[in-house]
Each structure stands twice: as C-alpha cells, then as structure tokens.
Design a protein around this ligand. Structure first.
Ligand SMILES: C[S@@+](CC[C@H](N)C(=O)[O-])C[C@H]1O[C@@H](n2cnc3c(N)ncnc32)[C@H](O)[C@@H]1O
Length: 332
C-alpha cells in the first residue's frame, strides 16, 4: 500500500461516504473505501484501477461529472498542476471538504498553503513521511478554464516557427528541453510510413515529424492526459493532423511502425527510474516493421546502448552534445 493511502486509512471514518480520490496510486485503497470513486490522469493507473474496481474510475483532464461530497487530492509533482487541480475540485465542493495528502519530500507543507484560498486549512495527520491536510470549502472558486492556463510559446526552427501549447504539469512546461532540442536537429532520413512519438509531452517532436514528413502517418503516445491534450492543442495550433493516444508504455502503441522517435521518460531522484524506457527498448522490435528504426535522445549517463544492442541491433551514436546523445538502431 502506498504510504499516502496508509495515512488516509488511519482516519478512514472521514472517507467513508462519496469521496472523490484525485490522482490516487493504483493500490488497494478503493478496496478499503467501498464508496470512493477516482479521477485519474495517468493512463496506467486508470487501467489498473478499472481492472480491479470497474465503473468507479474516471480519466481525463477535467473533474468528472459525477456526484461527490468530499475530495482528496494526492499531491502531484508540479506546482501549476496542483493549483489547477485544487481550484477545479474546490469549485465543485461548496460547503464540502477538500483534503490534500502528499509526501514531505514532494513539498506537501508548501502546497498546503494553497488551501488557504478556500477556507482555514488544518493539518490532520503526519505519518509515514506524509502529511494529510483538510479545508472546509467556504469560498468555492470559479471553475478554472484549463485552456486559459495553457502556456503557448513559439519555437524558431530551421523549417519555420512552431507554436507549442503546453498545459500545467506537462514535461518542460513552457520551454523546450535541451534533449528534445538536440533530437529536433537530428530528424533527417527517417524512414517513411507510420511514425511513433513515444512520450509525446506537449507534442513538439510529433508535430515536427508530421510537418517534415507529411505523407507519413504520425502517432503520438503519452501516459499523461494533460500531455495528450497539450499535444492535440499543439497539432491544432499548427494545422497538423496526427493520432494522439493515451496509454501506458510501448504496449499501448500500434505495430508496423517505420520508426519510433522519442525523448523517453526517466526520473532522477534517490534512484534513477527508467522502467518505461527500458521496456520501450526491450519491445521496440515487436512494434517496428523489418528495417524500421528507433531514434532516441538520452542523457549521456544513461547506459542505453548495451540494452539497445541486446534487443534491437547495432546502436549508432548520431550526435553527442551538451550531455545528451542521439542513438539510432534498426530492426534487422
Ligand atoms: C522526457 S518527456 C518528453 C516529452 C516530449 N516528447 C518532449 O520532447 O518535450 C517524456 C514523456 O514521457 C511520458 N511518459 C512517462 N511514462 C510513460 C509511459 N509509461 N508511457 C507513455 N508515456 C510516458 C511523460 O508523461 C512525458 O511526457
């Protein structure tokens, strides 16, 4: 059980009724709180929760249109996203209670200050390196308009400007990541056919691919509903057409791909997690057509080449700059 869920269960009487759990982990919490419902923006969590607790989970970027009396927000990483989610939930909770739970190292103490906009916040518990906060919503805000919170920016690229629309919580919100910038400079000679932008974020790589290879079908995939929506907005802002899929990992991608192009996810903390990227490399061959290519940008310290050679074939380094590398490998 996730420690944040354990903290909620220490006061389970508070969460006995119709409570909406926003952004919960995919653990057994719903098994312990039979009337609770969830709102997820992580496609993997949604899928795993639906498999065990069918009909009690909603997925997307907006508060689901369902009845609830109280809500618990599981603190996300991004401050802007926290702000949107708290306001979106509080707008539906006039007279109800909003809870916020999160790990201390994730910044729960600071985030709890944002509750003061709705009433008098109270710390209810402090255990398992987490805190649980509560506020009675006396001043319900107006529901926030997510489109209005989007940060548009323009990239001056070699083949013309690209408009990017990035939503709160999306990778590299409001700016271009250095790794992605290097990848954009190395998109020559991509095989024609169906192209996948794996982990599309705000949609920069996929949009550039579609503009550069208009006769290729472009598919973009991300686990995060806010990224999927951003990618759709970026495509629309540039008059481009591509399919954007919500899904967890390469298994959610179609087959017969001419190329997989990606700035794949990894999380650097006490430990470096790159499960989704490892699985991508291990299973890329199953999704690529014969002769299909995988092209990745990665921090130079991530030891991808041996993994790529073990699962796909010869790994060529196309570029090495600013601590990033571009790798290319073809399915034989
Ligand atoms: C390094 S970012 C790259 C974003 C974008 N392509 C760019 O270059 O700006 C990696 C992206 O992978 C997504 N991601 C993380 N885990 C994933 C998974 N299991 N399946 C699909 N996408 C995932 C993240 O949400 C994030 O948008």
């Amino acid at each position: 059980m996730d420690p944040r869920s354990e903290v909620l269960l220490r006061q389970r009487e508070l969460f006995a009724g119709r409570v909406l759990l926003a952004g919960p982990p995919a653990d057994d919490l719903l098994g312990q709180l039979p009337e609770a419902l969830t709102w997820n923006w992580h496609a993997g969590h949604q899928q795993r929760l639906q498999a065990r607790f069918a009909g009690r989970n909603s997925y997307g970027t907006e508060v689901p249109e369902i009845e609830f009396d109280h809500a618990v927000l599981f603190l996300p990483k991004s401050r802007e996203l926290t702000d949107y989610l708290l306001n979106a939930l509080a707008a539906r909770l006039h007279g109800g209670t909003l809870y916020l739970v999160g790990e201390k190292r994730a910044g729960i103490e600071r985030a709890a200050k944002q509750l003061a906009a709705f009433g008098q916040p109270r710390k209810l518990d402090n255990a398992r390196h987490c805190q649980l906060w509560q506020v009675q919503v006396n001043q319900a805000p107006k529901a926030p308009d997510l489109q209005a919170l989007a940060q548009p920016f323009s990239l001056d690229l070699a083949d013309g400007p690209l408009q990017v629309i990035s939503l709160p919580g999306v990778f590299s919100h409001g700016r271009l990541d250095r790794g992605s910038a290097l990848l954009l400079e190395h998109l020559d000679d991509i095989p024609h056919g169906r192209l996948l932008d794996f982990g599309c974020g705000a949609g920069i790589i996929g949009a550039v691919l579609k503009r550069r290879y208009p006769h290729s079908e472009v598919v973009m995939l991300d686990v995060d509903a806010f990224a999927v929506r951003s990618s759709r907005m970026t495509l629309a802002a540039n008059g481009l057409d591509a399919e954007v899929i919500s899904g967890d990992g390469i298994d959610a991608a179609p087959g017969q791909l001419a190329a997989i192009i990606s700035n794949p996810p990894f999380h650097q903390g006490v430990h470096t997690h790159y499960q989704a990227s490892e699985t991508l490399i291990e299973r890329a061959a199953q999704h690529l057509s014969p002769g299909g290519e995988m092209r990745l940008v990665a921090n130079a310290f991530l030891r991808y080449p041996p993994l790529i050679e073990a699962h796909l074939g010869h790994c060529q380094t196309l570029a090495n700059a600013d601590g990033f590398r571009i790798y290319r490998a073809r399915r034989g």
